[in-house]
Design a protein around this ligand. Structure first.
Ligand SMILES: *[C@@H]1O[C@H](CO)[C@@H](O)[C@H](O)[C@H]1NC(C)=O
Ligand SMILES: *[C@@H]1O[C@H](CO)[C@@H](O)[C@H](O)[C@H]1NC(C)=O
Ligand SMILES: *[C@@H]1O[C@H](CO)[C@@H](O)[C@H](O)[C@H]1NC(C)=O
Ligand SMILES: *[C@@H]1O[C@H](CO)[C@@H](O)[C@H](O)[C@H]1NC(C)=O
Ligand SMILES: *[C@@H]1O[C@H](CO)[C@@H](O)[C@H](O)[C@H]1NC(C)=O
Ligand SMILES: *[C@@H]1O[C@H](CO)[C@@H](O)[C@H](O)[C@H]1NC(C)=O
Ligand SMILES: *[C@@H]1O[C@H](CO)[C@@H](O)[C@H](O)[C@H]1NC(C)=O
Ligand SMILES: *[C@@H]1O[C@H](CO)[C@@H](O)[C@H](O)[C@H]1NC(C)=O
Ligand SMILES: *[C@@H]1O[C@H](CO)[C@@H](O)[C@H](O)[C@H]1NC(C)=O
Length: 648
């Protein structure tokens, strides 16, 4: 039997199952929640996210107990649609979930953002459902787009109106990042869409591959009865969809046990955590033959040699007289493994075996080594999906996310990884390194306000930064000069203030940096202002405060004197006054100072505070008198320091 036939038979079974489940919707429901039922279930440890894309509201699926969320918290782009009425599925098996969908008429790439609580460096079972369902009444037959997990290619989705049901793609994905993106990429063959998305935490090292993610190709349950339907959540803790495999029907017979509570599924032997419903049935060769064989052909024609992982699942479900045990070997694509022995009601998982085949073929046979025929309860075939690309450098991702947040940048295409697959974030460019780095950011004319975000300085590989034509305020950070590869820095037409850092001006002068600062009226580009304000913002404030305090003190003094009738000349409000005197802090009125300096007759110097005058006290001592003007920029402290220095 070739792969095409097998595939066809899957589809047939699927259709039958759907029809049956529509007919007997409650046959399984009735059995739920009994004590016995609990005993034969694994702890529902899966903490996951199930999303019904395009749904209007959250709901709990009546049959499976799965809580579906709408997708509004996971994506901000796209439009909600429902399938055409003739495609409305009333079956319980995912019926409601696949009746709505979200479509993405805009943007080359649209991504769902999933943040599982278990975080990075964990294994997740991710599953995406697609159903065109003729939502646009266009009877489309040629819709095709790409699906990505994180930054890596996952599958090409092809859907037509002729498909009554849905397509799902399952992957076991080891995530190296806390955030998992599932992206749909428009490849020019119609508007991408999605119907549902599941993410389940999978605390299980058996399904872990260091070198890539695992694409599910076959998840076959053998020997089951069609009327029981497809086994999945909540029977299966990982919500795997087990399909009855009937491709061997002609050469095998079914066996099963009702002693389901006795199958030891809780133990460590059941390392792939198979549900009891899968293990309780099996096939064995007909007519006393000693061999079971099976062939799978990958329907996917890749331009690389596919690598497969194969798991075999067994559990002895027949009590054999005389305590005899089944013994067998497995031959897989020409390689022989074994001997294996089965114990009554004990699960046994063999594999995964890795193999490569240019034709995409997986062939195996299970051969008895004793008188007893072999059995097989289930098997799984995964294809290894190499993860060639690493996500963008995490430092860059954190920085750009902080920038997005700080400036409230709300661009539809700023979603998913910044650099891969393909840079679709407008204004952003990346290099081809692995992991990629952000090398250019253009946020000109983007209505940015506030300071220049410090996170920009964390984009350490950046070559070009254009922030021109915004409303940015505050100073230009000197640390821009430390970005080794920055050659373009456009800050023109903003409201920046302060002085331009010296190091940036130097880089600009030596032509290492194209610096553009025009159109910032309050920005001081002169060399002189750097020393006075830009570089010493704290002392400037301090001195302003001290001058005010000084003025206030003077005014209080003046009023005090006024009250006592000692001040009789009008005060110039623009001058604060003070007097340097040897050791005593003796106060003087303005009139007294005019007298002492003989109406400010002799200038003996000029400091940062203003002019210094020669004065004569009544007792004949000579002093230096300084006038502190309001416009003086230096601080009171320095004034005092100077006073002591100059007084003698
Ligand atoms: C589709 O089927 C559901 C039942 O699953 C029903 O509630 C809904 O009204 C149907 N919608 C349409 C458009 O027929
Ligand atoms: C779509 O197909 C149906 C039947 O298959 C036909 O009746 C209808 O006219 C088609 N519509 C379009 C827009 O081609
Ligand atoms: C995964 O399972 C192991 C052993 O069963 C347990 O020790 C560990 O805490 C689990 N990890 C998480 C994240 O649940
Ligand atoms: C991963 O691939 C490398 C070579 O590509 C191989 O040497 C290594 O054994 C693989 N690791 C695993 C865990 O499969
Ligand atoms: C075994 O199960 C398959 C799949 O349900 C079914 O088609 C077949 O008729 C069964 N065989 C027997 C002998 O009951
Ligand atoms: C990301 O960039 C930072 C800063 O340049 C660097 O320290 C770090 O090693 C990079 N990470 C990776 C995985 O390359
Ligand atoms: C940034 O984008 C604007 C508008 O798209 C463009 O005029 C400008 O040249 C770009 N800046 C750089 C540095 O490429
Ligand atoms: C810049 O990166 C460092 C180290 O990666 C990080 O600790 C810091 O919080 C980042 N700063 C900003 C403002 O993003
Ligand atoms: C700066 O550019 C050079 C040459 O392209 C490159 O080798 C270097 O890694 C870059 N530095 C950073 C921090 O990205």
């Amino acid at each position: 039997m070739d792969g095409g036939q097998i595939l066809l038979s899957y589809i047939k079974v699927w259709v039958i199952l759907l029809l049956l489940s529509a007919t007997f919707p409650n046959s399984k429901l009735a059995a739920k929640n009994t004590e016995q039922d609990k005993k034969r279930k694994l702890a529902a440890e899966n903490s996951g996210i199930s999303i019904d894309c395009g749904a209007d509201e959250d709901y709990t699926d009546r049959e499976t107990g799965i809580s579906y969320k709408t997708d509004k918290d996971f994506i901000s782009t796209g439009k909600n649609k429902v399938v055409a009425p003739e495609y409305n599925l009333t079956t319980l098996y995912y019926g409601k979930m696949v009746n709505s969908l979200r479509i993405f008429p805009e943007g080359e790439r649209n991504c769902y953002t999933l943040k599982p609580i278990q975080g990075k460096n964990q294994n997740y079972y991710v599953r995406a459902f697609f159903r065109y369902g003729n939502y646009d009444s266009k009877n489309q037959t040629q819709i095709k787009f790409d699906l990505y997990i994180g930054v890596n290619y996952w599958a090409t989705v092809e859907e037509t109106f002729e498909n009554k049901y849905w397509i799902n793609y399952d992957i076991i994905h080891y995530s190296v990042t806390d955030t998992i993106y599932v992206c749909l990429v428009n490849t020019g063959f119609g508007v991408p869409f999605i119907s549902g998305l599941d993410l389940l935490f999978m605390n299980d090292s058996s399904y872990r591959s260091m070198n890539g993610s695992l694409l599910r190709r076959v998840q076959a349950d053998l020997g089951g009865e069609v009327s029981l339907g497809t086994i999945r959540y909540p029977d299966d803790v990982y919500a795997r969809i087990w399909q009855l495999d009937v491709s061997l029907t002609d050469s095998v017979s079914n066996i099963s046990t009702e002693a389901i509570t006795n199958i030891d599924i809780q133990g460590s032997d059941n390392r792939c955590r198979l549900p009891v419903e899968v293990l309780r049935t099996a096939v064995q060769p007909r007519n006393g033959l000693k061999s079971l064989s099976y062939t799978y052909t990958s329907p996917y024609k890749e331009n690389f040699t596919p690598e497969f992982l194969v798991f075999f699942h067994f559990a002895e479900i027949e009590q054999i007289a005389g305590g005899k045990l089944r013994e067998f070997t497995i031959t897989l694509n020409g390689l022989k493994y074994g001997l294996f022995t089965l114990e009554y009601l004990k699960p046994l998982t063999i594999g995964p075996y890795k193999l490569q085949d240019q034709e995409g073929l997986v062939r195996f046979s299970i051969d008895a080594s004793s008188d007893l025929p072999p059995i097989l309860n289930a098997f799984e075939i995964f294809e290894l999906l190499p993860l060639h690309d690493s996500p963008t450098n995490q430092t860059d991702v954190d920085a750009i996310m902080a920038i997005k947040e700080a400036y409230k940048i709300n661009r539809g295409d700023w979603q998913g990884d910044p650099c891969l697959p393909r840079t679709t974030w407008t204004g952003l460019q990346c290099n081809n390194d692995n992991p990629p780095r952000i090398i250019s950011l253009n946020l000109s004319s983007s209505q940015l306000s506030g300071n220049i975000a410090v996170s920009l300085l964390n984009l350490t590989s950046i070559k070009s930064l254009d922030l021109s034509n915004n409303e940015l305020t505050g100073t230009v950070p000197e640390a821009f000069a430390q970005l080794p590869n920055l050659t373009i820095l456009y800050l023109s037409r903003n409201k920046l203030t302060g002085a331009v850092p010296y190091s940036l001006k130097e880089k600009s002068k030596s032509r290492q940096l194209q610096l553009s600062l025009d159109g910032n009226p309050d920005l001081c580009k002169l060399d002189t202002c750097e020393k006075k304000q830009g570089s010493f913002p704290v002392p400037v404030i301090a001195s302003v405060i001290s001058v005010s305090v000084l003025l206030l003190l003077s005014i209080i003094t003046i009023f005090w004197r006024l009250k006592r009738g000692r001040l009789n000349v009008p005060l110039s409000s623009s001058v604060g006054l003070s007097l340097s005197l040897k050791s005593k802090n003796q106060p003087f009125t303005y009139t007294e100072i005019v007298s002492i300096t003989n109406n400010f007759q002799t200038i003996i110097g000029e400091g940062g505070f203003g002019k210094v005058y020669l004065g004569n006290l009544n007792d004949g001592r000579q002093v230096a008198v300084k006038l502190l003007s309001q416009s003086s920029r230096q601080g009171y402290k320095e004034f005092l320091a100077e006073k002591i220095a100059q007084i003698c």
